[in-house]
Design a protein around this ligand. Sequence first.
Ligand code: FUL
Ligand code: CA
Length: 683
Amino acid sequence: MKKYLIPIILLIACQKQEVSPPEPVYPIPSERQLDWHELEYYGFVHFNMNTFSDMEWGMGDESPSQFNPSQLDTRQWARIVKDAGMKGIIITAKHHDGFCLWPSAYTEHSVKNSPWREGKGDLIQELKEACDEYGLKMGIYYSPWDRNHADYGTEKYITYMRNQLKELLSNYGDIFEVWFDGANGGDGYYGGANETRKVDKKSYYDWENTFALVRDLQPDAVIFGDAGPDVRWVGNEQGFAYETTWSNLLRDSVYAGMPEYSDLYASGQENGTHWVPAEADVSIRPGWYYHAYEDHKVKTLPQLLDIYYKSIGRNAALLINFPVDKRGLIHEKDEEQILKLADKIKEDFEVNLAISTTVRANNERGEEYRVNNVLDGNKDTYWAAGEGAKQSHITFEFDQPTWVNRFMVREYFSLGQRIKKFSLEVDTGSGWTLIAEGTTIGARRILRFEEVEVKKMRLNILDSKSEPLIMEVGIFNAPKLVTEPVLKRKKSGELYFEIPEGGVDIFYSLDGSTPDFQSSIYESPFTVDHPLLLKTMAMDRETGKKSEVLSYAIDIPKTDWKVISQDSQAEKAIDEDPQTFWKSDSNEIVIDLADMITIKGFTYWPPQNRFMSGIISNYVFQGSKDGENWRNLAVGEFSNIQNNPVSQLVSIQPTDVRFIKLKAEKTLDGNPASFAEVGVVTD
Ligand code: FUL
Ligand code: CA
């Protein structure tokens, strides 16, 4: 009996009506772009002269002798990137300051004249070896703008740039992406000229021939630039794509570094002529390069997770940067955070609940394009809605009511990005309700919504360029993100908590004890009028998962405090928000505490914005009973405030005062003193 089975199946298959595949909707991705789409998530490393000059954009006059990492270990980078679930590393081979991480034959401004490995080192080679060992791909960032090179701005420099690209693209094996930065033209060292050089960004680099060179040497590499040609910039450095993100781009209207790019082109266009998908780039710290003063500003898990959902979940690839430090290592704090993200992503997408549903579509093109293809985990099979269909829907029916909070859907984009409008509905047992609406889907779209118990879910394609094609669908119930609650305060003294995701409970204690689920549950803002230590944690009561416990020293409220100043901005120094600050032209702040108070110290928050100005390094702190006669209560310096610009606390002998004055004797950059927040200690 058994041996007849195969011929019979073949017979049935042959008798089946042959259905032709859907026609492509142009533009469509090239082979090299299809390979690139597989990566989705990879790492950036900014490590170069700026690491040692503590700058973001070096001038080009730095000396190679400054480049000297003490423990450089590209295998450490590769291990972390691999553990983070990323597929490759792009390295800043040459940044705007012109220093080269490989011993280029065409310049003296490179590692070969540095003390690192006694001038024998080649960082690109070391990285390549580490990538090979860890199964990662390597990409090259190359800044066209070069503030070191004497010829920058002339024809000769283009030859130099191409010679360097030849080195980078011939000597280090396969390169998966060549990253051309759009920032260029401006002042610089330029071999000693120290002047401003502007270039015509459209024509100066003769991109056509430079791209041809890349194609010739690395035919499989994608080329990144504002205008592609293969992969485009997402238009911001925060790492997010847009609710509407097309892989199609009006490429011929765009050139690298054009000022209106972010506003007009970054999200792609429905009628874009070329396939140039978006890559979202973001640094794990505020800066692209390492600065010790940003050690406390490494992005937190909720921030990183949000970036993940807003890039990969919105039809873009995600490129996260590690500012490798002066040792030549990814900093411990950066490692810790990126691994937290990796764990959380794994957890969120662990179980695809869609697999166990019964899936139906209102229509399908034919047997080969049946709707079960969206659940087979095979990226070569897909559901096609049928000739002429621009609207249609897929229904997922669960055996039993199931809690869900994520919906992931992918178009079969090899035949073009098509879908223009969709919605998601759930049936909880009492009919359909809309829970999300959207525009583009593309390579991957992930929707996050409040957890809901459903019997059925329905994806409605409401508008599409042509017959919609869906490659994959996932339905998940991501565990709640149980991160520490953040305590905030209003000027009125009211305390309130912020947590990134709803659905967890916040517990707190006001007596110094460690909170547990029997402690007070936070419901609404509350006031405390005396100093105390507040401890708090978040907990998901369903799973019992707890966050870390955080402690906050609460002091008296600033309700009736006033800054004595004509400047309306002055209140920002006592609004309980360290993100707002007041720049005082007189280099001091005088505060009326409204009552006579016994103080035991004071606190100072320096400004928290990216390029902080007016941070006080040396201070005089004074008190007064009448606002006329002042007495010095403390004089000193805020040590290490440059590297760690967090709240500074200075204790004093208990003193009765009604007025306090904090004066800057010196600020780090010589600019007028800035006060993000000033407070007193009374306990
Ligand atoms: C920008 C550069 O100017 C930054 O320094 C950094 O390299 C970032 C990735 O691209 O255009
Ligand atoms: Ca403030």
